[in-house]
Design a protein around this ligand. Structure first.
Ligand code: G3I
Length: 393
């Protein structure tokens, strides 16, 4: 997959968000109601508390195995009001051998979230990456037919959404089903080269949303993608596609803007205008995987090669959180991990080396980017989002 990111521009708009109350077993109720505020005893200027003042959930991707570290777990509990398992709800993890489920790591995070009045973003049910080898091998050697593949996907979605029923606020049902305008196979539709679309046709995406909805009717269902943080050919294609699905009655509630940015491509410029048009179409929106990488010294995850890059990183974080604050359909803002050393970036972009992508350094100390996000949350004049945090109506 290409990770070239094309960046973005801005204008402000306002979309009302409906409010509703859910029963006591809903993910919303378990997370302590509408505020998302941290339990008593935590920092009063934490990101979660500042976000709660405007009804915005502020979150992070979490590696559940790291929760045994009290420094890490305290930080997650105090700073964030929504969490996403970085890998632990993906198919290769939850069903490593056919028919043998491994819910443990994700269960651990869900329990942690409930204990700390946090909501959970489920990630992700239909993606071409991190599939179990028993599945991909079976497709490759012909022992799994397309008919069987469809049945296996349906069972996977039903099993997983049922297992976590009532505990997931937003599900990333489908992830990265479009290619990119700069790819040779770009078609402006869910990609023919995409594993699922290739084998089962584009209608499999609509089916995935329907199956997820049947298994947990109150969960918010999202389509999640990258390089859509701009008014560009890809975001326009996604918008047109999702409008079409909704017109057909497909239960898709929102769009996740991954927001993996890179200083070499500049600061987003029309992100707000872009996200607003999804809100205008009646969709909820979320920043789901925010980070801002830059070139770093060889073998370093923290030290930019150009000290001026830090200013660009701060500007990019500012634009990302400002967009989410400005667009009232934006219900959560999630960073893709906590500290630079644990980010996916250094291993994925190793030559030339990139890193320094997150809000905390390798010692879990907040970086200037953390204080930028904190400042924007503290000083925003955005209207409060009523009903944000509730499930679908
Ligand atoms: O768990 C194995 C471990 O047993 C093994 O020893 C080790 C050796 O490489 O690999 C471990 O698996 C790694 C896994 O992360 C868990 O750490 C995989 O190699 C590695 O490829 C995998 O990377 C994840 C990547 O998705 C896979 O595509 C990243 O952590 C994760 O941050 C990243 O997240 C994606 C989102 O889901 C979708 N959007 C893009 C984003 C960044 O690529």
């Amino acid at each position: 997959m290409s990770f070239r990111r094309v960046l973005l521009l801005g204008a402000v708009g306002v979309v009302g968000a409906g409010s509703l109350l859910l029963g006591p077993t809903s993910a919303f109720a378990q997370a302590g109601g509408s505020s998302g505020a941290a339990p008593v005893g935590s920092h009063t200027d934490s990101l979660r508390d500042l976000g709660a003042k405007v009804g915005l959930r502020v979150g992070t991707a979490v590696n559940p195995a790291e929760l045994t570290s009290s420094t890490y777990s305290s930080l997650i509990a105090n700073q964030f009001s929504v969490v996403t398992p970085e890998n632990e709800m993906k198919w290769e993890v939850v069903e490593p051998a056919q028919g043998q489920h491994n819910w443990g790591p994700a269960d651990k995070l869900v329990a942690f979230a409930q204990a700390h009045h946090q909501l959970v973003r489920g990630h992700t049910l239909l993606w071409q990456n991190q599939l179990p080898t028993w599945l991909t091998d079976g497709v490759a050697n012909g022992s799994i037919s397309n008919t069987q593949l469809r049945a296996l996907l349906k069972k996977h979605i039903q099993d997983e959404v049922s297992h976590f029923k009532g505990k997931i606020w937003q599900w990333d049902v489908a992830n990265e089903a479009f290619t990119n305008p700069w790819d040779p196979e770009w078609s402006g539709t869910p990609a023919p080269g995409h594993f699922w679309v290739n084998h089962l046709g584009a209608s499999i995406l609509a089916d995935a949303f329907k199956w997820a909805h049947e298994a947990d009717p109150k969960a918010l269902l999202f389509y999640n993608d990258y390089a859509i943080e701009n008014v560009n050919a890809k975001s326009t294609a996604v918008l047109n596609w999702v409008k079409q699905l909704r017109a057909q009655g497909v239960p898709i509630d929102g769009i996740g803007f991954q927001t993996h940015l890179d200083t070499q491509y500049g600061v987003p410029t029309d992100f707000t205008q872009d996200m607003q048009r999804f809100g205008d179409a009646g969709l909820k929106t979320a920043v789901t995987e925010a980070d801002v990488r830059t070139f770093t010294e060889p073998n370093s995850v923290n030290t930019p090669t150009d000290t001026n890059a830090v200013a660009v990183q701060n500007a990019a974080w500012k634009q990302s959180i400002d967009t989410c604050l400005a667009v009232r359909s934006c219900i959560s803002f999630t960073a893709w991990g906590v500290s630079d050393d644990q980010s996916w970036v250094p291993t994925t972009f190793a030559n030339p080396q990139e890193g320094a992508a997150l809000l905390y350094d390798s010692n879990l100390q907040p970086k200037s980017e953390y204080f930028t996000v904190q400042h924007e949350l503290a000083t925003t004049e955005a209207a409060h989002r009523t009903g944000i945090g509730a499930g679908r109506s």
